[in-house]
Ligand binder design. Structure first.
Ligand code: GFB
Length: 322
């Protein structure tokens, strides 16, 4: 079998290096330290522009690609901007996957999402449940784009032998996350809400939905370590889940974050906001059987993320979004 692992002399392109996952992958690669890392900011390379992506790959000739660039967001953003979540993601991933293959990239890791699975699934969710039922309506646009990305990787693998693999991360969080209250995911949103309520002396914080949905969370540096591990050790058209294998209700999560932030007031539920999928915990047997394990427990990860938020609070507030 051909060895497509990263090694000395590899040039690794991290698409989306400013984002939550891309920035963590860059950190993980830097720690590994034996290859050159290629990144491009949005004003240097517009990934929705096929000619620009083509020219970038022709000039830079990366040997490996982590495809971590995507339009992402929480339940409200997914529900409100269907065109962005469907079309922008299709464009970006089509351009990057096609150009990577065309310019001889040896291996590509595509990042999907756990929302590709049906809205109602037996728990924990096995990889084989893909395309076995209707999607969760609040994020079907994003899910359809990600499913198309998975299928494109499988198609290039089958037709041209391109070593493209697809990982399905669970709900991720950590440094460099989006803390905008309307477009973010639940964990950064609640860190910010509890922190602002505590510092302003408010005694009530609203948590969206009923608090009963369950989610599985993974600290983003663990996600990055899994992505690097799988780049080195996984070569298969079957998708593979990346998660902690442990879930928690949103109500419990809110109490945990409130405790860490030091908010002692009341938590109320805004049921005008959607719950989304009720149960979502991935079956991580396939990954764990390969020997990989997460290292950052939820409480520790929330503490680290809160620390990062506090260090960047002023720049986050300047960007607005409260
Ligand atoms: O993280 P989140 O926005 O996205 O919401 P999903 C998770 C749960 O937390 C939902 C509740 O039940 C929300 O109603 N929640 C409570 C809140 N308070 C808040 C809050 O202040 N902000 C937010 N955002 N939620 C996303 C998908 O689904 O999961 C994406 O929309 C992606 O496509 C991602 O796949 C992994 O977990 O519901």
């Amino acid at each position: 079998m051909i060895d497509n692992r990263m090694a000395d002399g590899s040039t690794v392109f991290v698409a989306g290096h400013r984002g939550l996952v891309g920035s963590a992958i860059v950190r993980a690669l830097e720690r590994a330290g034996h290859m050159s890392i290629l990144t491009a900011c949005r004003d240097e390379l517009d990934l929705t522009d096929s000619a620009a992506v083509e020219a970038f790959f022709a000039a830079q000739r990366p040997t490996h690609v982590f495809m971590a660039a995507a339009k992402v967001g929480g339940i409200h953003a997914n529900n409100s901007y269907p065109v962005d979540f469907l079309e922008t993601n299709l464009r970006i991933q089509n351009n990057v996957i096609h150009s990577a293959w065309q310019h001889g990239v040896r291996k590509l890791v595509f990042l999907g999402s756990c929302c590709i699975y049906p809205k109602v699934c037996p728990q924990p969710i096995k990889e084989d449940y893909l395309l076995t039922g209707p999607l969760e309506p609040t994020n079907e646009w994003y899910a359809i784009a990600k499913i198309a990305g998975i299928k494109l990787c499988q198609a290039y693998r089958r037709q041209y032998g391109f070593d493209a693999i697809s990982l399905m991360p669970t709900n991720l969080y950590g440094p460099h996350d989006n803390f905008d209250l309307l477009s973010s995911h639940v964990l950064p949103a609640l860190i910010r809400k509890f922190h602002e309520a505590r510092t302003a002396g408010r005694d009530e914080v609203a948590v969206w939905g009923t608090g009963t949905p369950r989610r599985e969370f993974l600290y983003v540096d663990d996600m990055a370590s899994a992505a690097v591990f799988l780049m080195q050790h996984y070569s298969d058209e079957r998708i593979i889940n990346v998660g902690s294998g442990r879930d928690i209700s949103i109500g419990e999560l809110a109490r945990k974050i409130a405790g860490i932030v030091g908010f002692e007031g009341k938590i109320v539920h805004d049921t005008s906001k959607p719950d989304g999928t009720l149960l979502r915990c991935s079956d991580v047997t396939r990954l764990f059987d390969m020997g990989w394990r997460p290292t950052v427990a939820l409480g520790e990860g929330i503490r680290l993320t809160y620390e990062w938020y506090r260090d960047h609070e002023h720049s986050i507030q300047r960007r607005g979004g409260a």
